[in-house]
Design a protein around this ligand. Structure first.
Ligand code: MGP
Length: 241
């Protein structure tokens, strides 16, 4: 089953323009001829209407996991104790089509105000160190180069990160909790949060694959949440790839 889902998702999650293709193809696939009556069979008007609706309904492509989009626009700097009070869950999606629907209806990171965060996490995991699935974890962070290509790079990095996560492209996908894009005056950044910081091999695998997916050649670091909790801004990355 997982294989079927992964194949279907990988095939569909190629670019935003695919949404229309999916919608169209979904409609074509919907017509299966299942409602064709046998010769001489009497079919009520109600059944005929139902058959027509079923045939016309496009089939959606399920994702391996449902995912929740979160938005945070805190007012100024936050302390650890009060951090997270302004994070809001926006929408949970579990199909390719619903992902594109959401993606096409929210602003791209480049259009968001400074200080804003978008989070996309597996449904049921809150984007906080305190969540039981995150508490022993950490995060890889990449900052798209700004100088040369402007903020467009941030949008591309974010989209490719989302597609790779929800399309289950990581070998260690079970380790992944979600991703965050942070719009900051000094440097925008995207992070992938993972579950088990002590599992170096899994984290290194995710970091390397992520760089390949983004076609990113600069060094990236993995910060353990527990180090960030205890040492705040002076915490150092544990791993690099
Ligand atoms: P940050 O948002 O990860 O860093 O953490 P950023 O974006 O570089 O900082 P900013 O000031 O530009 O927003 C910033 C601070 O928020 C941390 O030092 C913590 O005090 C607090 N904080 C961040 N996170 C992810 C958490 C969290 O999950 N739980 C708690 N309690 N505090 C957090």
């Amino acid at each position: 089953m997982a294989e079927v889902v992964e194949h279907s998702v990988a095939a569909e999650l190629t670019s935003p323009a695919d949404e229309q293709r999916i919608e169209k193809r979904g409609g074509d696939e919907g017509g299966g001829g299942g409602g064709v009556p046998e010769e001489g069979e009497i079919v009520s008007a109600e059944t005929q209407q139902l058959n027509r609706q079923t045939e016309a309904a496009p089939k959606k492509h399920p994702l391996e996991h449902p995912w929740t989009f979160w938005f945070d626009n805190p007012n100024g700097k936050q302390k650890q104790a009060t951090w997270g009070s302004s994070i809001r869950a926006v929408y949970t999606f579990s199909t390719v089509e619903d992902f594109w629907c959401l993606y096409n209806n929210v602003l791209q990171p480049s259009k968001l105000g400074t200080g804003t965060d978008f989070h996309c996490f597996k449904a049921g995991i809150e984007p906080k160190w305190e969540d039981p699935k995150c508490t022993n974890g950490g995060k890889w962070t990449a900052s798209p180069p700004r100088g040369t290509v402007g903020k467009g790079a941030l949008d591309i990095f974010w989209l490719h990160t989302l597609l790779a996560m929800i399309g289950e492209q990581f070998d260690e996908g079970d380790e992944i909790c979600g991703a965050v894009v942070s719009v900051r005056a000094r440097q925008d950044k995207i992070s992938i949060w993972t579950k088990t910081a002590s599992n170096e091999a899994a984290q290194v695998s995710i970091g390397k694959q992520w760089k390949d997916i983004l076609d990113f050649n600069e060094k990236i670091g993995y910060l353990v949440h527990d180090d960030a909790k205890r040492q705040d801004k002076s915490a150092k990355n544990r791993y690099y790839v």
